[in-house]
Design a protein around this ligand. Structure first.
Ligand code: MRU
Length: 349
């Protein structure tokens, strides 16, 4: 890995508090919020101070550390019972990214095991989750870049970089690795309405790293593909069902349909922690609906006709049949389906 191509850390544990880079203020200002309670952490996840499936999971894990410290101080004999409320509050912060629930389950196992210094033990677990995520991203970067058979440009959607993960990124990790290996010439980044994760965050990360980036309106993606400018569309995932269906940022499905029509291949890059084998297909993935204001206003200013109704799903589901390659830290699955997903999860790919 070229360390120059990975400069940002959005989640930092610092002197008994959690510091989150406030992604709502990027790229205008680089401001870290200092959080000291689980309630603040849950609020920060819901308000998108931190976002991106793996980053949400890591943040929640650190939130459990803050909760344990407070509950143990409140009542050392009862802290395990008291902390259940905090776990439930953190779990309710956002519904789609399964990494949140995965991380909370892992922390809950440590809580159930019990120990005399729970905050320290839980901090070690949260740190392990964080470090493992960065390692998974680096592994996926290598595996995904190995699928790039010729030098060219790629298209990406939303933000899947260091800001969305523990560091390095999922799809953006493949892009970082591919660029360092000379396999990627340019990155086309969808602006990603309505939160503009592409325009504000992906473009910012790529500019920081000196990787050439061209922004486009989401609606321009099909026209770009028609021009033959890109060979791969690369995206992350918030939850992958047992049959390989992929929930990701709204607009991914439309990108996948356009990609198949134009012969552009779709690569989904996600750690194993994003796979939810308890969900048979994408139809059962809970899709977060967000506030109407996200579409009715921009930068606090009204931009829509007063009285218009809003449909604002934050994610959509891309059927597995439209996915050419699923890159995980456990291996690559070409044309995923239920049988291949079961093999991947059993470690027999
Ligand atoms: O609403 P967001 O910004 O949390 O959505 C993020 C995405 O959809 C990402 O593509 C996904 O979490 C994968 S990030 C590694």
């Amino acid at each position: 890995m070229n360390p120059a191509h990975d400069q940002v850390r959005a989640i930092v544990w610092c002197e008994d508090a959690l510091e989150l880079l406030d992604q709502r203020q990027l790229p205008g200002a680089l401001v870290y919020q200092r959080l000291t309670t689980a309630a603040e952490v849950a609020q920060a996840i819901g308000d998108m101070v931190v976002r991106g499936a793996p980053a949400i999971g890591i943040t929640a894990a650190y939130g459990v550390v803050l909760a344990a410290r407070a509950r143990y101080a409140e009542s050392a004999p009862n802290w395990q019972a008291l902390i259940a409320t905090d776990l439930a509050m953190l779990a309710a912060a956002r519904p789609t990214a399964v990494n949140l629930f995965w991380a909370l389950r892992r922390m809950a196992r440590v809580i159930a095991a019990g120990c005399s210094h729970p905050a320290q033990r839980l901090l070690a677990e949260a740190r392990a989750i964080h470090v493992e995520d960065i390692a998974a991203n680096q592994r996926m970067g290598e595996l995904g870049a190995a699928l790039l058979t010729e030098r060219g440009s790629v298209l990406t959607h939303c933000n899947t970089g260091s800001l969305a993960t523990g560091g390095y990124g999922t799809a953006l990790g493949v892009i970082r690795y591919g660029y360092a290996a000379g396999l990627i010439e340019r990155v086309y980044a969808d602006e990603t309405r309505p939160w503009l994760q592409g325009a504000r965050l992906t473009a910012w990360e790529l500019v920081q790293d000196g990787i050439p980036v061209t922004l486009l309106a989401d609606a321009a993606a099909a026209a770009l593909m028609r021009q033959g400018e890109v060979r791969w569309a690369m995206v992350g995932a918030d939850r992958i069902a047992a049959n390989g269906d992929v929930a990701n940022k709204i607009g991914t499905y439309h990108l996948a349909v356009a990609a198949r029509y134009h012969g552009v291949r779709l690569m989904v890059v996600a750690p194993i922690t994003t796979v939810d084998m308890s969900i048979a297909s994408g139809a059962d993935i809970p899709i977060e609906q967000r506030a109407a204001e996200e579409l009715l206003t921009l930068g606090g200013q009204p931009i829509a006709a007063a009285g218009a109704q809003v449909w604002n799903p934050s994610f959509d589901v891309t059927p597995a049949a439209l996915v050419d390659a699923l890159v995980t830290d456990r291996g690559v699955v070409l044309a995923p389906d239920a049988v291949k997903m079961a093999r991947l999860m059993a470690g027999t790919t």
